[in-house]
Design a protein around this ligand. Structure first.
Ligand code: ATP
Ligand code: MG
Length: 332
C-alpha cells in the first residue's frame, strides 16, 4: 500500500461565528501533486496554515507522515518546504544572499551550501543574476527565486500557496515549467490556486473548494467527466438580441438549456456529432443571425466549476482559457 503523506480528516476552522473551513477530508499520497482549487476566500490559505501548524483547527485532524500536525509542528516544519501567498524574497539582498540565508536556516552543511546555491540558481534560470539585488527582479524572477529557496533543503513535502497569483500569463506558464521540473524528483506537493489551467496542467488530483467545503475531488479528467462526455459549444454573436435568438435555436434543436451571457451562448451537448455544427451554422445563417465565432471543446475545469458552484471562478482565468481550448474557431 502506498503511504498517505498527508491525511486530513473532517477539518474545521471557525473564526468566531464564521466557518472558514467546513469539514474537509482528503488523503494525499507520497509523490502526489495535489491541488486545492477555489476562488478568493474559499478557505485555501486557512487549510494550508493548519497543515503548517500555524493555525489550530477548531476540530478534525491532520497527519503528516504519520505525525499529528497539532503535536509535532516543529518536526513537520523542518521536513517541509513552504512558499506562502505573501512570500517575498528580500529585495535588499542579492539572489545568492537570499539562498545563503535559507541554507543556513535549514542547517545545510557549510561545505555543501555553495553547490546547493549554484544548483538552485540554475534551476531558477537566475545564474546571471546571482549578485543582483532581488528587489530589482521582475515578479516572475522573484517567484522563481522564492520557489528554489523553498526547496533548498530538499523537502519531502512542498507547499505552494498560490504560487502564480498576480503573475502575467507568460510568467505563469514559465513558473509551471519550473514547478513541474522541480517536482519530478518525487516530492509531495500541495498547491493552492485560483487558476483552473494551473490545476489542470500541474496536478495529479484536485480538490475544488468553495465556502470551506469540498465540492468535488479527483483527477482533472474525472472532474471533467462530471460535466458529461459530450462537447461544450460556445457561440459569440453580434449582439444580445442575436444571442437570445441563437439560444432558442440551440435549445430547440439540441434539446438542451443553453446559458446566455451578454452576446455569448454556451451549451453542453451529449452525443455530439460534428455534423451538428454545420447544421446549426446553416440554420443560424438562414435566420440572418451573425455568428462572430464558434468554439466546440471538451469540458474544461471551468465548466466543472460552473456546474458545481453556479458561477465562473475568475473572469481573467476563464478568458485565458478560451484560447487554449479552441477546436473549431471561425471568424468572419
Ligand atoms: N484570522 C482570520 N479571522 C477571521 N476571518 C478569517 C481569518 N483568516 C481568514 N478568514 C476568513 O476565512 C475565509 C477563508 O480565507 P482564506 O484566506 O483561507 O481564503 P483563500 O481561499 O486562501 O483565499 P485567497 O484566494 O484570497 O487567498 C475568508 O472569508 C477570510 O476572510
Ligand atoms: Mg489564500
Amino acid at each position: 500500500m502506498v503511504n498517505a503523506a498527508v491525511k486530513i480528516d473532517k477539518l474545521v476552522k471557525k473564526f468566531g461565528d464564521f466557518t472558514a473551513v467546513d469539514g474537509i477530508s482528503f488523503d494525499i499520497e507520497e509523490g502526489e501533486i495535489f491541488g486545492i482549487l477555489g476562488p478568493n476566500g474559499a478557505g485555501k490559505t486557512t487549510t494550508i496554515n493548519m497543515i503548517l501548524g500555524l493555525l489550530k483547527p477548531t476540530s478534525g485532524s491532520i497527519t503528516i507522515n504519520g505525525l499529528d500536525a497539532a503535536r509535532h509542528g516543529n518536526d513537520i516544519k523542518r521536513a517541509m518546504g513552504l512558499m506562502t501567498q505573501e512570500t517575498v524574497v528580500d529585495g535588499d539582498l542579492t539572489a545568492h544572499e537570499n539562498l545563503e540565508i535559507a541554507a543556513e536556516l535549514y542547517h545545510i552543511p557549510k561545505d555543501k551550501i555553495e553547490g546547493k546555491i549554484k544548483e538552485a540558481l540554475g534551476e531558477a534560470d537566475l545564474k546571471d543574476f546571482a549578485d543582483k539585488k532581488a528587489g530589482t527582479f521582475s515578479g516572475g524572477m522573484q517567484r522563481r527565486l522564492a520557489l528554489v529557496r523553498a526547496m533548498i533543503q530538499d523537502p519531502k513535502l512542498l507547499i505552494l500557496d498560490e504560487p502564480t497569483t498576480g503573475l502575467d500569463i507568460q510568467n505563469r506558464v514559465s513558473m509551471w515549467e519550473h514547478i513541474k521540473k522541480m517536482t519530478d524528483a518525487g516530492v509531495t506537493l500541495i498547491l493552492t490556486t485560483q487558476y483552473l489551467e494551473e490545476a489542470d496542467t500541474l496536478c495529479d488530483r484536485i480538490a475544488i473548494i468553495d465556502h470551506g467545503k469540498i465540492k468535488a475531488i479527483g483527477t482533472a479528467s474525472e472532474l471533467k467527466k462530471m460535466v458529461g462526455t459530450g462537447r461544450i459549444i460556445d457561440l459569440l454573436l453580434d449582439d444580445q438580441e442575436d444571442a437570445q435568438q441563437a439560444a432558442s435555436i440551440v435549445k430547440s434543436r439540441f434539446k438542451v438549456t443553453p446559458t446566455v451571457s451578454g452576446d455569448e451562448v454556451t451549451a453542453s451537448i451529449e452525443d455530439w456529432d460534428p455534423r451538428m455544427l454545420t447544421e446549426l451554422m446553416s440554420v443560424l445563417e438562414k435566420k440572418n443571425i451573425q455568428v462572430v465565432s464558434v468554439n466546440v471543446h471538451l469540458p474544461t475545469l471551468d465548466d466543472v466549476f460552473i456546474k458545481l458552484t453556479g458561477s465562473g471562478l475568475r473572469d481573467s482565468a476563464s478568458s485565458e482559457h478560451v484560447s487554449a481550448r479552441s477546436q473549431v474557431f471561425m471568424r468572419r
